[in-house]
Design a protein around this ligand. Structure first.
Ligand SMILES: Cc1ncc(COP(=O)(O)O)c(C=O)c1O
Length: 361
């Protein structure tokens, strides 16, 4: 353990929680039907709506990000509906797994891990599949570190599939890169608490366009989006909400507003540039060539340095947690998260620790 006796998280979720947010969340629990909580709830929704510039106010649900993916897809489809999913990694694959569970007809576009989708391929595939009801994609694919060129992809979808709803998992892009739902013309934007929103796991967010709301048909008792919309508009979710996390979100969104959206996005780009340059200097090979997401950096370790051992030694010697690869890359790459409350000084600390370990080899 390091001298501060505190875990240093550099994982692409969960992330570091700022002192201010911890403090807000540690206040004595208030009752979730009280006027005091309703006021905070309504204020928090407005701040989140502003951050993603959504047409309507968002819905907060108790659960991890996958719940929001599940709730969106289930509420907007009927069995046998044809849906399009973009699978460029572990989270893209999840759309397909959900579609199978919901008994939907699936058309899946794939791309190699570490790349984004070919726009030509999307274009030609859609010529013969104009009956697609919903298209699902990630903005940032956290398993591969790709920030898909979502604007360009949506432009194609809007032309080829004007009636299809476009659902975007922005779990690791909100608070890192601009997510402007109205400008994008997206129909559903999904977020999660434990990423750049600087909170513990346990809360997910969904924002729907007006045309998506017209197509919502709730099928599950627990996440009935229509009932949630009615209740949450009055500051009162259907079920007991994770009130402390919502109070924390109110605080973290204030921090984001104080920093300024443009400064926030620039800081993440600077962090990405810094750690990329530093790792390349030590012969790490960056996993992504283009469309690199600014919230995390993925790299192959230098020859003779095992990714698995490096991850373990960072933990054993410095109390630093970074993540390993997923799927076929479990043993060969490291994933370093820097989304949310991270600064160049933090990455310098991580870099020094990495330097020490690789120089011992
Ligand atoms: C892009 C993306 N989508 C979905 C998820 C799933 O979120 P959760 O594990 O919170 O259900 C994650 C979590 O890492 C993610 O990074």
């Amino acid at each position: 353990m390091n001298i501060m006796n505190q875990t240093k998280l550099f994982t692409p979720g969960p992330t570091v929680i700022p002192e201010r947010v911890l403090k807000a969340m540690s206040a004595p629990v208030i009752h979730h039907r009280s006027d005091e909580f309703k006021k905070i709830f309504l204020e928090t929704r407005k701040k989140f709506q502003k951050l993603i510039n959504s047409e309507s106010e968002p819905i907060f649900l108790a659960g991890s990000g996958t719940l929001a993916m599940n709730a969106a897809l289930e509420s907007l489809t009927e069995k046998k509906d044809k849906i399009l999913t973009f699978n460029g990694g572990k989270f893209g694959a999840r759309w397909g797994e959900l579609a199978k569970t919901l008994e939907l007809e699936l058309l899946e576009i794939t791309c190699p891990w570490g790349e984004s989708f070919s726009l030509e391929k999307i274009n030609s595939l859609l010529d013969n599949n104009t009956d697609i009801k919903v298209a699902c994609i990630q903005h940032c694919e956290t398993s591969t570190g790709i920030l898909h060129p979502i604007k360009k992809i949506i432009e194609i979808l809007k032309v080829k599939l004007p009636n299809a709803l476009i659902v975007i998992d922005c779990i690791t892009s909100i608070g890192v890169s601009e997510v402007n739902m109205t400008d994008l013309g997206a129909d559903v934007i999904i977020g999660g608490s434990q990423k750049a929103l600087m909170l513990p796991p346990g809360l997910c967010m969904l924002a729907l366009s007006n045309r998506a709301w017209e197509r919502v048909k709730p099928k599950t008792y627990y996440w009935n989006l229509i009932k949630e919309r009615e209740g949450q508009a009055k500051g009162s979710p259907q079920w007991t909400p994770p009130s402390s996390i919502i109070i924390g979100l109110n605080e973290s969104l204030s921090m984001i507003e104080e920093e300024g959206y443009d400064n926030l996005y620039k800081r993440h780009l600077d962090l990405s540039d810094f750690i990329t340059t530093a790792l390349v200097k030590q012969d790490f090979k960056i996993f992504t060539k283009n469309h690199t997401a600014p919230g995390l950096t993925i790299a192959y370790t230098p020859e003779g340095v095992s990714a698995v051992s490096l991850i373990q030694s960072l933990w054993d010697r410095f109390g630093i947690r970074i993540a390993g690869g997923q799927g076929a890359y479990k043993e060969t790459i490291v994933r370093i998260g820097h989304m949310g409350h991270y600064f160049i000084e933090d990455l310098k600390y991580l870099y020094l620790a990495i330097l020490e370990l690789i120089n011992e080899k």
